[in-house]
Ligand binder design. Structure first.
Ligand code: SF4
Length: 693
């Protein structure tokens, strides 16, 4: 970090890392940022920050930044720097050529949860209006797409129910498949403050995360389940709540579909779902499940926070619905201190989903098959919208291998490193005729690209990021884009070059269109956001936004209980692959590390380590710090061993921050049955010493 004296001026903006959405003052001298100071009036962070937001913005000036557009005919050719005009015309002519040869569905886009809401809106519009298809997907495919499905089915909209401040009134905090201390540090501090005041904590996680035991904070229950058994544990919790008479009957009768409740109650009451019957599969002692269920149901305001340890499973959507069932059955919805809250990983993953990035949904989570919704956009955009959902990312890659999908525009996403089964991803990318990567650095996906468009950092753009509590935070430009063109301007230029006109004069005008066409954003404008960040829905019914959702009535009307049958994953341990691998993050690094690895503090350049229980390590002759080979039926990698009892015998754990380790070479191609979200959290592996090889 370079401290450069007193600032000449400052600009308030929003952190570009996680879904907490902290506001900062970027303190400037000339056109250089000298410090990022957490903003005391930030509604999500109240003047706090973590090391990433405070210090890890130096990547904006890193020499690895690509600042000129580049093209090449073949991926084995060297890159050739070109003007923006030549690059954009090349993209448009290649995409038009592919559509003429293979049909209009032969190209698509991937939007980025790192970019602004306005930028993702334009990219999905590019697909729907300029390409004429719904082939738009987002990196949320690989993280919170089950949240979209599960909360949509049960509550009627796919977003967290509470604002962060709500936790101050929680009596029982339940953390499932999330590690807030590392992944959402500022909100973790809010949680810990409430826990120190006496709230109780239940953690459901295979690993003993920091929150389980900290100074003055200790979980009442840690359900250290076997990876892949979330649904069995959640259904066992429901079994206890129903069979022990702990259901909030008034809430269920007044607020929920009582027929659906009756079916669900009968289902969970079956003795095969009892904690005792499921103990062998889940590895969680029955008395702990019973105790946790009683605490959540009777301990006062119960709030559930969950993360990718819930969603990134073959039953990710089922687990989200099982969580929603628990909250409805106990009446823990529709007021402060309670709720169901997905902890979003990326700064704008909520926003990218809100903006219609999925192939089956237009902005505001409205299905493309709905003619009334299509009519709104057809009138606004002057095109006919295909009522059929487009391709998801894995389907795009499958189609590429089969030769029917040949062109892809990827904005701010590194699918060759972040998506599962890397061999399949790279095979799909190799098979395409025009891959356009729009990013800050030459990432792994750029190895397969024909066009590279230099992207802008969050410091170089205006727009909005929407955080995990649905808060629409302004992002303000503190310096001009180093490439000379903003991300939204590049998307607009591609559209114009392809023959579909876009003529926005800036992100505020794009937001005005979003507000015109999306009822949950109808009251949003930059003028309003300048007065303070609001939470959607923000419209005539809620002009100042909506901190708590589902008060008095669910978005879908009556809350919907869904049967959640546990189906074990097909990924099984056996003699060849006897251990289960699960994955997560560390505090100082962010996702694949493209930004955090390019900051000045080399102490943060931590490598990915393999956590192993000492018993498993000694059986294999592995000592602390040894290099080990991690192998699955999909691939293998090497990394150093860290011996710890944080993980149970039979379970190993690593992070996925470093491109050398490439943890995703070992993850499988199994995915959530409803959304194709990859099953990153369960991989059967073998671990052996490398013996220096
Ligand atoms: Fe940025 Fe998240 Fe850290 Fe806040 S908690 S500073 S949003 S990374």
């Amino acid at each position: 970090v370079v401290e450069m004296g007193q600032p000449e001026h400052s600009v308030v903006t929003t952190c570009a890392y996680c879904g907490v959405g902290c506001n900062f003052k970027a303190e400037m001298r000339g056109d250089q940022v000298i410090r990022m100071v957490p903003w005391k009036d930030g509604k999500a962070n109240h003047g706090h920050s973590c090391v990433k937001g405070r210090f890890a913005w130096g990547y904006a000036n890193h020499p690895d930044r690509i600042t000129k557009p580049m093209v090449r005919a073949k991926i084995t050719d060297p890159w050739r720097e070109v003007s923006w005009e030549e690059a954009i015309n090349h993209v448009a002519s290649e995409f038009r050529r592919i559509q003429a040869k293979a049909g209009k569905d032969a190209i698509g886009v991937i939007t980025s949860s790192r970019c602004t809401a306005e930028e993702t809106y334009l990219v999905q519009k590019l697909a729907r209006a300029a390409f004429g298809n719904n082939n738009t997907d987002t990196c949320a495919r690989v993280c919170h797409s089950p949240t979209g499905y599960g909360l949509g089915k049960t509550f009627g909209t796919s977003a967290g129910t509470q604002d962060f401040d709500s936790v101050d009134e929680s009596d029982v905090i339940v953390v499932i498949g999330a590690n807030p201390t590392d992944a959402h540090p500022v909100f973790a501090s809010r949680m810990k403050k409430r826990l120190r005041q006496g709230a109780k904590l239940i953690v459901v996680d295979p690993r003993r995360i920091d929150l389980v035991r900290q100074p003055h904070v200790e979980a009442s229950y840690h359900l250290a389940l076997r990876p892949g058994t979330n649904v069995a544990v959640l259904t066992a919790l429901a079994h206890v709540i129903v069979t022990e008479g702990l259901v909030d009957r008034t809430f269920v009768e007044e607020r929920c579909d009582t027929d659906a409740y009756a079916d669900w109650a009968e289902f969970v009451s079956d003795p095969r779902h009892s904690p005792e019957a499921t103990e062998a599969a889940t590895g969680v002692p029955a008395d702990l499940v019973r105790g946790a269920a009683r605490l959540y149901a009777t301990g006062g305001n119960g709030a559930i926070y969950y993360g990718l340890g819930v969603t990134e499973h073959s039953q990710g959507s089922t687990a989200v619905m099982a969580i929603a069932n628990l909250a409805m059955a106990t009446g823990n919805l529709g007021r402060r201190g309670v709720g169901v809250n997905p902890l979003r990983g990326q700064n704008n993953v909520q926003g990218s989903c809100d903006m219609g990035s999925f192939p089956h949904e237009l902005p505001g989570y409205r299905h493309v098959a709905n003619p009334e919704v299509r009519a709104i956009y057809e009138a606004e955009w002057g095109v006919t919208i295909n009522p059929e959902p487009g391709l998801r990312i894995p389907n795009m890659l499958d189609a590429a291998v089969q030769g029917t999908f040949l062109g892809l525009y990827v904005q701010g996403e590194d699918i060759a490193q972040s998506d599962p089964d890397v061999k399949h991803v790279t095979a799909g990318l190799r098979a395409m005729e025009c891959v356009v990567v729009h990013d800050l650095f030459l990432n792994e996906t750029a190895n397969f690209a024909h066009v590279f468009l230099p992207g802008a950092t969050f410091l170089e753009k205006d727009g909005t990021f929407i955080n995990a509590e649905r808060r629409i935070n302004l992002v303000r430009k503190v310096m001009e884009p180093r490439s000379g063109m903003g991300d939204w301007e590049a998307t607009q230029a591609i559209s114009n070059a392809m023959g579909y006109p876009m003529h926005y004069d800036g992100p505020a005008e794009i937001m005005a269109e979003i507000a015109r066409t999306t009822p949950t954003f109808a009251g949003v404008s930059y003028e309003k956001l300048e007065q303070g960040a609001v939470q959607w829905p923000c419209n005539d019914a809620a002009p100042e936004g909506t901190p708590i959702m589902h008060i008095g009535k669910f978005v879908r009307g009556k809350g919907n209980f869904v049967i959640t049958e546990y189906v074990p994953t097909d990924e099984k341990v056996g003699p060849r692959y006897p251990l289960l691998l699960t994955t997560g993050r560390i505090l100082s690094q962010y996702n694949v590390g493209a930004q955090t690895r390019r900051t000045g503090n080399v102490a943060w350049h931590a490598e990915d380590l393999l956590e192993m229980h000492p018993h498993d390590a000694s059986e294999r002759g592995i000592n602390e710090g040894d290099w080990v080979r991690l192998r699955s039926r999909t691939g293998e990698t090497t990394l150093r061993a860290l011996l710890t009892e944080r993980v149970a015998p039979g379970v190993v754990y690593t992070t996925f921050h470093h491109p050398v380790t490439q943890a995703n070479v070992v993850t499988t191609d199994y995915s959530d049955w409803a959304t194709n979200c990859p099953e990153y959290k369960v991989t059967a592996v073998q671990v052996s010493p490398t013996n220096g090889q």
